[in-house]
Design a protein around this ligand. Structure first.
Ligand SMILES: Cc1ncc(COP(=O)(O)O)c(C=O)c1O
Length: 376
């Protein structure tokens, strides 16, 4: 049996008829840019997340950049983020003019360590960027407490956590603003690039709304008196229409992902030589959506080979490095927990189009490998 890490084509064939119809209907009505499909999607997302404002944008990376600029982050500022994160967040901080300061992860959930955040605060720090990696929220109560004590803003990179919750609140809706990516492999994926920024703050909303379209106002014209340096960061209509449709069954997608994560947990939890993320069934204040199932084992490379030889694709997230290892980009830091993590971490295949026999097959192989019964 083959279980590719990601079966890209299945994302389309999953509901081919519906998707083709949506694409042709959108094109036939000549709706390409900033037409009602975009606002329909924004409204659906707003209701789903229980947040005041949503701005759909071109992608998750630029959503972060627009948010930082709307919050006034710039030259001489520092923003703290976990090293266990995609480079996109650090890049957007850099492009805002500020300095990204990568810090250590917590050994409990591999998300940003709140002690490390506090230790990294300087006079230049203006914000904390929790990155809700793998679809699990960082410890937001502690981060909110730090932000309040040091008068810092919180910017949530929720690219991997659309619909994840902390204490009942959705990832992205807790800080000054939050962002999502709808890259095809994301839990809510478009058929190209797409993203969104969400906020409960009217001022941030007004600014980002204008910025995504060159500073244009609600009449789609740029006022002569504009004081906004905008850009082109628009989400196109076809992607918005697809995302709107996918929102209708998104809750089921999350439930399926949680089931698969639980199956992996139940299989791996029997063995002593693995370190696992918190199980879906045992998440305390968190509700996790499992963008990825990432776990650690000292036998990572052997396991990867064994699974590969048996038709199962795996990935080492972000090529196996945290952003603090990008020395030439000036982000070098001494983060031994993150260093060890990246030597041992592995992503198993996990998406809602996987079949039950595929999931069982992966679990059987994991059992064989960790029980030492490789020929059984
Ligand atoms: C944690 C994280 N942040 C930001 C991004 C960037 O999103 P996009 O690819 O839509 O620009 C990603 C996407 O992979 C991500 O995983």
């Amino acid at each position: 049996m083959q279980v590719p890490f990601f079966d890209w084509k299945s994302l389309y064939f999953e509901k081919e008829e519906e998707f083709s119809k949506i694409i042709s209907t959108t094109l036939k009505k000549g709706a390409f840019i900033l037409q009602s499909d975009v606002s329909d999607f924004e409204n659906k997302l707003r209701d789903f997340l229980s947040v005041k404002h949503v701005v759909a944008v071109a992608d998750g990376t630029n959503a972060i950049l627009l948010g930082l600029r709307a919050s006034g982050v710039g030259k001489e500022d520092e923003v703290i983020l976990p090293s266990h994160s995609f480079i996109a967040a650090a890049q957007s901080i850099y492009h805002s003019g500020a300095r990204p300061v990568p810090v250590e992860m917590s050994e409990y959930d591999w998300l940003v360590s709140t002690e490390a955040i506090e230790a990294a605060i300087t006079k230049k720090t203006v914000g904390i960027m929790p990155v809700h990696v793998n679809g699990r929220c960082c410890q937001m109560d502690k981060i909110l407490d730090i932000a309040e004590r040091y008068k810092l803003k919180i910017f949530e990179d929720s690219a991997q956590a659309m619909g994840a919750k902390y204490d009942g609140l959705c990832a992205g809706t807790i800080g000054e603003w939050g962002t999502y990516s709808f890259y095809p492999s994301k839990t809510l994926g478009s058929f190209g690039d797409a993203g969104a920024l969400v906020t409960n703050c009217d001022e941030i909303y007004e600014k980002v709304l204008a910025m995504r379209n060159h500073g244009a106002d609600e009449n789609k014209t740029i006022p002569l008196e504009t004081n906004i340096w905008g850009t082109n960061c628009r989400l196109d209509n076809v992607q918005a229409a697809i995302l709107s449709f996918k929102m209708e069954y998104y809750t089921e997608v999350i439930e399926r992902r949680r089931q698969i994560a639980q199956a992996y947990h139940d299989t791996l939890n029997k063995y002593s030589d693995v370190r696992l993320p918190p199980a879906p069934s045992d998440s305390g204040k968190n509700f996790d959506i499992f963008q990825n199932y990432e776990f650690c084992t000292a036998k990572r490379d052997d396991l990867r080979k064994f699974l590969g030889d048996n038709g199962v694709g795996t990935i080492v997230q972000w090529g196996g490095f945290g952003v603090h290892m990008l020395e030439n980009l000036g982000m070098k830091a001494d983060l031994p927990i993150t260093d060890k993590f990246f030597k041992e971490s592995l992503l198993l295949p996990l998406n809602h189009v996987m079949t039950n026999p595929q999931i069982e097959y992966v679990c059987q192989l994991l059992d064989k490998f960790f029980s030492g019964d490789l020929n059984g």
